[in-house]
Design a protein around this ligand. Structure first.
Ligand code: NAD
Length: 352
């Protein structure tokens, strides 16, 4: 297979495969860009149908990490790792130790962290073979889990979007439809309620749904969340949720949530703009977790993290303003902002 033929290949610096019959490890590490610093991104484990599907995923995700870190003004590049396997059946200490050796072979050019399908205990096995692992120190705030800080960034982004679109300087009485009350969604719901907002929530997981009900949310069917009466739609579950069909049903005039890759296609940002819906680009609004991961990488004081994450709100206001002035979509403006930074190696010390 030639990865350069993949539609997601976008001048990646390095893409390496590991196939180890002894431990059963089949994995790919993609380093997209290291102009601003080491390529940081999680290690995902998923039962991909074949290597081609895993390759598409790792290329798309590693590129996304470059853009996310650059817009957040972090001295880091973008990378990602995927393990082809079923997290429920295929895990073993040997497999993760072998993954650690694979990561170590990058000599720090790629730094890993937890992602869907992998846990802190898996990452500890990886860390037995390489120092280039973040989020395994349970003495960190929230046990190293970045989700609460991702939620905090999304909350700051919602405040900014509501202010820009609705001219309101607080969230009191604002209704937010939250799709997915998992790690990010449930912390977001708490923050929204503390700020006086109301939430309508759906989830396919009954425990998570009940937890949201206990927090005071109104429960909505999973098929009705898109068309729910709300000021803000906050996708906090799966990707590709914004497509022709869903956008035509949206009642909210703001889309601002934590899920990755919300647009089924980049052109859907135009569809949203044409409908007068303000879209907070996902890789800008959900950067709270990576800002915390960056703090761990540089061992910076915890006290600075929340202040840095709250800057997501100002970054979004700038993106909304530029989008309005230029006629470009907010997604296009955000991508350009990222490219200006990582292509010109503009590090965080130069970012407003
Ligand atoms: P999670 O798995 O803890 O939560 C996702 C929730 O969505 C679960 O409760 C799940 O049951 C629910 N869900 C799945 N399918 C659904 C559907 N069709 N309708 C409604 N609910 C559904 O994951 P998370 O860590 O909260 O991440 C949520 C999203 O945010 C993901 O897209 C993730 O990639 C993204 N994200 C997470 C972080 C982080 O720090 N955790 C950082 C950046 C981006």
């Amino acid at each position: 297979m030639n990865f350069k033929d993949s539609k997601s290949f976008d001048n990646h610096e390095v893409v390496e495969f590991c196939n180890d019959p002894e431990t059963g490890l089949k994995a790919i590490i993609a380093v997209h860009n290291t102009n601003l610093g080491p390529a940081v991104g999680g290690c995902r484990m998923y039962p991909y149908a074949d290597e081609g599907q895993a390759l598409e995923d790792v290329l798309r995700l590693s590129r996304g990490m470059t853009y996310k870190s650059a817009v957040a003004g972090l001295p880091m590049g973008g990378g990602k790792a995927v393990i082809i396997g079923d997290p429920a059946k295929d895990k073993s200490p040997e497999l993760f130790e072998r993954m650690g050796k694979f990561i170590e072979s990058f000599n720090g050019r790629y730094v890993t962290a937890e992602d869907s399908g992998t846990s802190v205990s898996d990452l500890k096995q990886v860390a037995s073979q390489t120092a280039h692992v973040l989020g395994v120190n349970e003495a960190q705030e929230f046990g190293g889990d970045p989700s609460p800080l991702t939620a905090y960034g999304v909350f700051c982004g919602i405040e900014s979007a509501v202010n820009y679109q609705l001219g309101r300087d607080n969230l009191s009485g604002v209704r937010v439809a939250v799709q997915g009350a998992g790690a990010v969604g449930r912390y977001l719901i708490k923050l929204l309620h503390e700020a006086g907002a109301k939430t309508s929530v759906c989830d396919v997981n009954l425990d998570n749904l009940n937890r949201a009900r206990d927090l005071g949310s109104d429960i909505v069917d999973v098929n009705s969340i898109i068309s729910a009466e709300a000021d803000v739609f906050a996708p906090c579950a799966m990707g590709a949720i914004l497509n022709d069909d869903s956008i035509s049903q949206l009642k909210a005039t703001i889309v601002a949530g934590g899920a990755n890759n919300q647009l089924a296609h980049l052109s859907h940002a135009t569809t949203l703009k044409n409908r007068g819906i303000l879209y907070a680009p996902d890789f800008v609004i959900n950067a709270g977790g990576i800002i915390e991961i960056c703090r761990q990488l540089h061992d910076d004081p915890v006290s600075e993290t929340k202040e840095k994450i709250s800057h997501i709100g100002a970054t979004l206001t700038e993106i909304f303003t530029q989008s309005h002035a230029s006629g470009l979509t907010t997604a296009q403006v955000a991508e350009r902002l990222a490219e200006q930074r990582f292509l010109s190696k503009q590090d965080s010390s130069n970012v407003a």
